[in-house]
Design a protein around this ligand. Structure first.
Ligand code: GLU
Ligand code: ZN
Length: 480
């Protein structure tokens, strides 16, 4: 137990960040970056990182998505100090379980008369919105229910209308705050319409529960996507009305695709799951994300601990950050290069034929690892090393025919039994007098069907007995 004043101060000034996803789909790369940055911001300062699931919208949220999000975050290597799977006194960390906490705040807001029931139907709101748009005005709640008296409210309730609860935005006020990415911000309350804090079904709406949870969970820094920048003044008004402390807000630029538009399905894969299923490693993904919208002098491959040391919130960018698959592939190459034999074996596991013995698997991995970036690359080499006759491109066939049948007769003989590259090369050189590319190239083509690839000696070691001889024999004497 900590009693001293100093210690209390330390606890109250500790940095607390959070990632607050809505479980409405797979973890998007942009959200993965937000989660990563929040964890790094906390770790860098020796603070705490929380995971909060924003699932008050029951129609769009699902438990399956929550489980998927948690699994994806864990797969990336992220780790939170508290969350729905690690509850503590500030929880529950699922908003759908915080109804009682919200109810008390709704009451407080009602007592202070900063909210009022709104009986407008979805249709009425839509008509009002369109009318304003048609008049060239930015659409905003028209204030229809703002000043209803008790009798008018009762009449609407009697007609069976279930109200939402709206926040009464004060007139002619400035809401100022210092965004720790974008700098000083100033909004005019007159530009903000009264907004819903409680839906008709009684559930808490985003602006409300997102803000009060940050305050109640002791969050000191909210780092999130720029799409939430304009929401912040509403959230500050709610917190002020409840006399709750406001966190510092920082909004990072959104991820964009190669064309500069926000990263979306039309750019192809956008979720962590899709990249994982294609065989990208978590290490490659977080190394790419770490540099998106975050300028760092660290150009090398970093693990999470190193990233936490190097993370600098003052270097978060306002310019759109381009997600670049080519760049991701560069990190991926690095990540594969760093895997040890066991990790490689695990990574390629689903692809390896069950009938292959351990020694063959080991020899295969040793041979092809420099040439693999994604599992699909390994798949092609599996076919080459263990599969049937190779298909040859016409130009490659021509090179093979050009070497002459004597060349392959010698090669096939030398490859009898345990094929070793030096013996084969020596035999072919002796039979044909060829050296250099003229000696190597036809061998490689006949063995692999490709002009380039892994070193031949280890590849030969990985091939089943008789395979090399069979491939050379195809071009011996009669040729093909
Ligand atoms: N649930 C919100 C979202 O996923 C959270 C925004 C925030 O981080 O405050 O966009
Ligand atoms: Zn209304």
């Amino acid at each position: 137990m900590c009693a001293s004043h100093d210690c209390e101060l330390m606890i109250s000034t500790q940095i607390v960040t959070r990632f607050a996803p809505s479980p409405t789909g797979d973890l998007h790369l942009g959200n993965a970056r937000t989660a990563l940055f929040n964890e790094l911001l906390a770790r860098r300062a020796g603070g705490r990182f929380l995971l909060r699931i924003e699932d008050t919208d029951a129609q769009r949220s699902s438990d399956a998505h929550t489980r998927g999000l948690i699994a994806d975050l864990r797969w990336l290597g992220l780790d939170w100090d508290a969350g729905p799977d690690r509850e503590d006194a500030r929880g529950p960390y699922r908003q759908s379980e915080r109804g009682a906490i919200y109810a008390a705040d709704f009451e407080a807001l009602q007592r202070r008369a900063v909210v009022y029931p709104c009986y407008c139907s979805a249709l009425e709101l839509e008509v009002s919105r369109r009318t304003q748009l048609a008049a060239g005005k930015p659409p905003r709640y028209a204030g229809t229910c703002r000043d209803l008296d008790a009798a008018e409210r009762a009449a609407r309730a009697e007609r069976g209308r279930i109200p939402t609860l709206r926040f009464r935005v004060p007139a002619a006020e400035r809401i100022n705050f210092a965004d720790f990415v974008h700098g000083a911000q100033s909004f005019l309350s007159d530009d903000i319409g009264d907004f819903v804090v409680r839906r008709a079904d009684g559930t808490a709406a985003f602006f409300f529960c997102n803000a009060v949870d940050d305050a109640r969970m002791g969050v000191t820094h909210v780092l999130r996507g720029e799409d939430h920048l304009a929401n912040t003044p509403r959230q500050l008004m709610i917190l002020a009305a409840l006399e709750l402390p406001a966190p510092a807000y920082g909004h990072v630029s959104l991820l964009v695709g190669p064309d500069g538009a926000p990263l979306s399905k039309r750019h192809g894969a956008t979720s962590v799951r899709e990249y994982r299923e294609r065989g990208f490693t978590a290490a490659a993904i977080i190394n790419h994300l770490f540099r998106l919208g975050h300028a760092t002098p660290e150009h090398g491959f970093l693990n999470l601990g190193e990233m936490a040391q190097a993370f600098d919130a003052t270097h978060l960018g306002r310019a759109p950050a381009r997600f670049d698959e080519q760049q991701l592939l560069v990190w991926q190459k690095d990540a594969v290069h760093r895997m040890d034999a066991r990790e490689l074996r695990h990574w390629l596991g689903p692809l390896l034929p069950a009938a292959l013995d351990e020694a063959s698997v080991g020899a295969f991995i040793d041979a092809v690892r420099p040439n693999i970036v994604l599992p699909e690359d390994a798949k092609a080499w599996l076919d080459i090393v263990f599969g049937g006759p190779l298909e040859l491109a016409p130009a490659d066939s021509a090179v093979i025919r050009g070497a002459g049948s004597g060349y392959f007769t010698a090669a096939a003989q030398a490859a009898d039994g345990r094929a070793e590259l030096p013996a084969i090369l020596a035999a072919v050189r002796a039979a044909t007098g060829k050296t250099g590319a003229a000696l190597y190239k036809p061998l490689r083509l006949a063995l692999t069907g490709r002009p380039h690839g892994p070193e031949l000696a280890p590849l030969l070691k990985a091939m089943p007995a008789g395979k090399a001889r069979e491939r050379f024999a195809r071009f011996a004497d009669t040729g093909s």
